[in-house]
Design a protein around this ligand. Sequence first.
Ligand code: FNR
Length: 355
Amino acid sequence: MADAFNDYEQLAVLPAGVRDFVAGGSGAELTLRRNRAALDAVTVTPRVLGGVGCPDTATTILGTAATLPIAVAPMAYQRLFHPEGELLLAAAAGSAGIPYVISTLSSLPLEKIAAVAPSWFQLYWLRDRTAVRALIDRATEAGCGALMVTVDVPVMGRRLRDVRNSFTLPPDVIAANLVDKSTEAHSTLNGASAVAAHTATAFDPAFSWRDLAWLRSVTEIPLLVKGILDPRDALAAVDAGADSVVVSNHGGRQFDGAPASIDALGSVVDALGNDFPVLLDSGIRGGTDVLKALAVGADAVLVGRPLLWALAVGAPDEALALLGRELRDAMLLAGCADLAAVADLATERNPWPIS
Ligand code: FNR
């Protein structure tokens, strides 16, 4: 049993190449490091004597009831970490009462995953519009409660750890949603080629606002746009019909030089107004980070890497229970009875180094 949500990275036993695939960022990993430094730099001033007792963490995220203001970030190829892959992590999310986001690049078919827990579907924009349409239809048919389109991957960021490790997927880990059903042939996203090389052939680097508006026109399920950092893009996403944006730099895996998500959050919330749902990810490593993100202005967060480490240990359910406990402890310590009280806390970006 881990003592803290962030302990699973140490506990996970994985091949070095897989570890680096998860832990790494793009380029010199400046944005990856900045995500943590910026979250560490946020201070939240606690309130006292509110008679809190037992804090209430429940919320609704885009029409989906959730016990915590948290969803599992979409992450590719989860059978790299556990033979049951996505099924185990999705089931843990379901038991914890939070949404699980199925990646376009899941290593099991989206229908199988959506059958074990309430899920959303993350869409990568592929060159083949027919394939995009087929994925939307499948996700809708499978009962996915929202569509999260990722907009910060016109190409995959250059992840130097993977390049130096010549990282490839093992033959039994495939992009299961992209297998051509008529021929049973694997798409270019499968096989032994390097992850970056094969995504380069399938992803559309010219994805545009016009495409996003088309996407909005063909589906009525709630639409989240993931990978927003500039308030002008946040406004454009709303114009194109988005129901929510995810302030994210993809965990430091895309443009190396982007601001930390937590630093970009305030201006996006200012642009969209307090009533528009805004999510955040990149660098969340425990309950205090969740509280900080909500205090700065997010309505909920996505959690990424720590849940892959927990999956590798076979304990994603325990990890989510720990994260919930950490959030409730943080709320008690900050004097918050519910998430509205968290949103009302005073925050500052405190430049004092802490180590
Ligand atoms: C990701 N991420 C991601 N995002 C996405 O939209 N589709 C995907 O398939 C993936 N795949 C993926 C794989 C791995 C191994 C990682 C680590 C990340 C990005 C993910 O959704 C999220 O934005 C970041 O992981 C958040 O940062 P933290 O919490 O990992 O720091």
